[in-house]
Design a protein around this ligand. Structure first.
Ligand SMILES: *Cc1c(COP(=O)(O)O)cnc(C)c1O
Length: 431
């Protein structure tokens, strides 16, 4: 696939990583994946599959994709050498892939802008999305504003209460935010509500799924759009140090930023790929969101696909916990489950306390402000770096920026000046 113009800095043009060439059966990643959708949605999924298959083969599509990412969302994002952290740990050279510099502050822009272009191809006028922490909702509402689409965001009522700043921005961006009152009023209930909306409005509406999960083609489509991260990172590390990294680290919620960077290196057998899940209060406490490296998850079919889910023995979904709202997810990408089974990607977990410590170090040593989600990847990289050779380099994917986490982080530090600031604000409203 050859096009002109884009990414000449890297001596080439963006070539998406095509997963379909790796796995035999469409929509399946060995035993994982599939599309278990209600019959009424079959035609809609067919339409989406055709639109994506055609887009994949269309050079103009990838040109438009690269163009909007370059001119609207700050791509290519830099690969930053963290020299102070490298000196601090005294082992491998540490490089950071800066997805925090995307518009709206995270890698999510790569996915929503790509799906926005698919929506235009299908000629639909409305998008819907689910959101937990609100980041995917803000990204989708931003894309809808830019592309002139109507937008409805489903969010559990509990999350609406917890994430007021994101709800505020979605509404300013012109989206309608619907607080879902079913079930436990969190992300999984929002997903169900979004599917119900889709069934009713499928002629006009596209469901912008936020991560590499859900029924086919979503896992493939989302990770294909995110593969721009790894495509850039591989070229950047080769041009900066003239060698491939020893290890690449990424945090794992649904799995989209991890697949995005890993797909750039998956065909390099010497590059070790490490996904870091939310260890919460510890893997043996029950308060975590780890599906691939804890005993609390098992393979099942839910929300339209087959993967590892955090569920109890009779298939009831368990509660999840993480200091990082974006990693609080009961399922995980079927593509990651497959790479976990084959051993190509290794998974580990970081606890909430370790995450706050790693974040503190990254802020103080490098002036970086990684999101709490991204800080999970930093934890494992910081554990490993001192034991690696000075001749090695490693890459950490900084999936997003931490400004959004100010309330959580200020709480973790129990900052008295912050508390009195909030208290005075509240009192001013009551006066
Ligand atoms: C949403 C989010 C994640 C988790 O989603 P993945 O699909 O696992 O990438 C991670 N980091 C940031 C900053 C996020 O906003």
């Amino acid at each position: 696939m050859k096009q002109e113009g884009y990414y000449d800095d890297f001596g080439g043009v963006f070539v998406p990583s095509l997963l379909s060439e790796r796995f035999n059966q469409k929509g399946y990643y060995n035993e994982f994946g599939g599309a278990f959708v209600p019959e009424v949605l079959t035609a809609t999924f067919d339409e989406l599959n055709i639109a994506f298959d055609e887009a994949k083969k269309d050079p103009q599509f990838w040109k438009d994709y690269a163009n909007i990412l370059q001119n609207y969302s700050c791509r290519p994002t830099p690969l930053t050498f963290a020299e102070n952290l490298t000196r601090h740990f005294g082992g491998a050279s540490i490089y950071i892939k800066r997805e925090d510099l995307n518009h709206t502050g995270a890698h999510k822009a790569n996915n929503v802008l790509g799906q926005g272009l698919i929506v235009k191809r299908m000629g639909k006028q409305r998008v819907i999305a689910e959101t937990g922490a609100g980041q995917h909702g803000v990204a989708t509402a931003t894309m809808a504003a830019k592309f002139g689409l109507d937008c409805t965001i489903y969010m559990g009522e509990v999350d609406v209460e917890r994430q007021r700043p994101n709800v505020f921005w979605m509404e300013r961006l012109g989206a309608e935010v619907i607080a879902v009152r079913d079930g436990t009023r969190i992300l999984k209930d929002a997903i169900n509500a979004a599917f119900r909306d889709w069934v009713t409005n499928m002629d006009t509406t596209h469901y912008v799924l936020g991560t590499a999960c859900g029924p086919h083609p979503f896992p493939e489509m989302v990770s294909t759009f995110q593969s721009i991260i790894g495509f850039e990172a591989r070229r950047q590390i080769l041009s900066q140090v003239n060698q491939l990294p020893k290890r690449v680290y990424a945090c794992v919620g649904g799995g989209s930023n991890a697949l995005g960077i890993f797909l750039g290196f998956v065909n390099d057998p010497d590059v070790e790929l490490i996904g870091v899940e939310a260890g919460g209060k510890g893997l043996n406490t029950g308060y975590h969101a780890s599906r691939l490296c804890s005993e609390d998850a098992s393979v099942g079919i839910a929300q339209g696909y087959k993967t590892f889910f955090l569920q109890n023995t009779d298939g009831q979904m368990r509660e999840t916990h993480s200091v990082a709202a974006g990693l609080d997810y009961i399922g995980v990408s079927p593509i990651l489950s497959s790479f976990h089974r084959s051993g190509r990607i290794h998974f580990t977990a970081a606890t909430d306390t370790e995450v706050i410590d790693a974040l503190t170090l990254a802020v103080q040593k490098e002036g970086l402000i990684p999101a709490l989600e991204s800080s999970h990847a930093f934890v494992q990289a910081f554990k490993d770096a001192p034991h690696l050779s000075k001749h090695d380099c490693i890459i950490i994917n900084q999936s997003g920026r931490g400004d959004k986490d100010i309330f959580t982080i200020a709480d973790a530090f129990d900052d008295p000046k912050w508390k009195s600031f909030i208290k005075e604000k509240a009192e001013a409203y009551h006066a």
